[in-house]
Structures are given as C-alpha cells and as structure tokens.
Design a protein. Structure first.
Length: 215
C-alpha cells in the first residue's frame, strides 16, 4: 500500500536593487528587482497519529458519564503499558436525543489521541483499544525533529538557488553592484493525508484486528 507523503515547500523571496535608490521616504524607488527562489522535497512520515473515541447513550446522563469515564480509564491504563506511545485526552461532548422535539435521552463521547514513531506497536495498541473504543481518524505525519531538519536543509538550498538567479540577472544589468533590501523565508507544507477514518458502531467482539498500515 503506497501513501502520499506531505510535500513541504520552502520559498525564499528577496528584493535586490542594482544600486541604492532611496534618498527620502517619499521618493520613488527605482531599479529594484524582485527575485524568488523556491525549493521543495518530499519528507518521510515517521509518525502515526490515531484518534479513538468512546460513545454511550441512554436516558440517564449520570450513568452515561460513568460509562464514558470507565472506558477512558480502561484505555489510558492500556496505553501506559506502551512506553513509546504518547497520548492525550480530547473532546468530551454531550448532546440530547430528540423524539418529536422532546428530549428522550442523551449521547456522550470522549476522544483520546495516541501517537508514536513505533508504528508496529501502535497498530497493536489500536487493535486492543477497539474492544471498547472506535477509531475516528488515523494520519501519518513527520515528527517535529524531522520537519525542522529538512526545513533547515531546504533553506540552504533556497539560498544557493537565489544566488544563482542573482548572478544570472546581474549579467544583464548596467550596474554590477547590488544589495539586498528585504528577505522573506517561508516554509510550510500540506496537511498529511487521512489514512483511515470511519465512525464505527459498538459491536460485539473479543479483540478487534489491528488496522493494516504502512508509512
């Protein structure tokens, strides 16, 4: 199974005038050349992030809350046994169930997010947690360390590309001297693709199979 990697773009935009042209603020700026250098690369998705949720409904809000708390505590206890997995609890929502504009019950849900670079262990954990929780979303993304490393390398590449463009333009300018007026370095990328997303109804099962994934 092949998945698209997020493409992180880094744009280096510099304004390089052939020679100083500003005597006063209100004077017109002449001989300004705008040059833009852009480099990009695909970087590895070395982290998997999974969002799971527990959901319950009924006529008694207090009982539903107790059931949610019980499921979430059960999930957190299992997560603690996986040392390479980071986790945090997410949205807790409660909304009414209507029948002919009359509230007949309540439905509540709470999410937990887990992530790890150890994808084999994380998929195993997800399989265990599906006994009581449902997978809402699974994504792959680069870690902060990986992203920063590639961004720094891209800045180097962008600066080299910019200098090459300055040299090309300089060949055709009457004035050989130039200076940089302003420089903007922008780096960013697309959001990583959603690999697995579905809301599953509670079903009778002993142990759910682990999802099949590949970074």
């Amino acid at each position: 199974m092949n998945h698209k990697l997020p493409r992180y773009l880094l744009t280096c935009l510099l304004l390089a005038p052939a020679f100083p042209a500003i005597a006063h603020e209100d004077e017109t700026l002449f001989n300004v050349i705008n040059l833009q250098a852009q480099v990009e690369r695909e970087i590895p998705n070395d982290q998997m992030i999974v969002i799971l949720a527990t959901e319950h409904e009924g006529s008694n809000a207090a009982s539903i809350s107790q059931a949610i708390n019980k499921d979430m505590q059960w999930a957190l206890d299992i997560i603690k046994t996986y040392k390479d997995v980071d986790s945090k609890t997410g949205n807790y929502q409660t909304w009414p169930i209507y029948n002919k504009q009359t509230i007949t019950g309540w439905r509540s849900s709470q999410q937990v997010e887990i992530k790890s670079e150890k994808m084999a262990g994380l998929t195993e954990l997800v399989g265990k947690m599906q006994e009581k929780l449902q997978v809402k979303q699974m994504t792959f993304s680069p870690t902060d360390a990986t992203r920063k490393q590639h961004e720094n390398e891209l800045i180097e590449e962008a600066m080299v590309a910019f200098k090459e463009r300055v040299a090309i333009v300089g060949k055709h300018m009457d004035q050989k001297s130039h200076r940089i007026v302003n420089i903007h370095i922008n780096s960013g990328g697309y959001q990583p693709p959603i690999m697995y997303e579905r809301a599953m109804k509670t079903m009778a099962m002993d142990v759910a199979p682990s999802p099949v994934v590949e970074a």
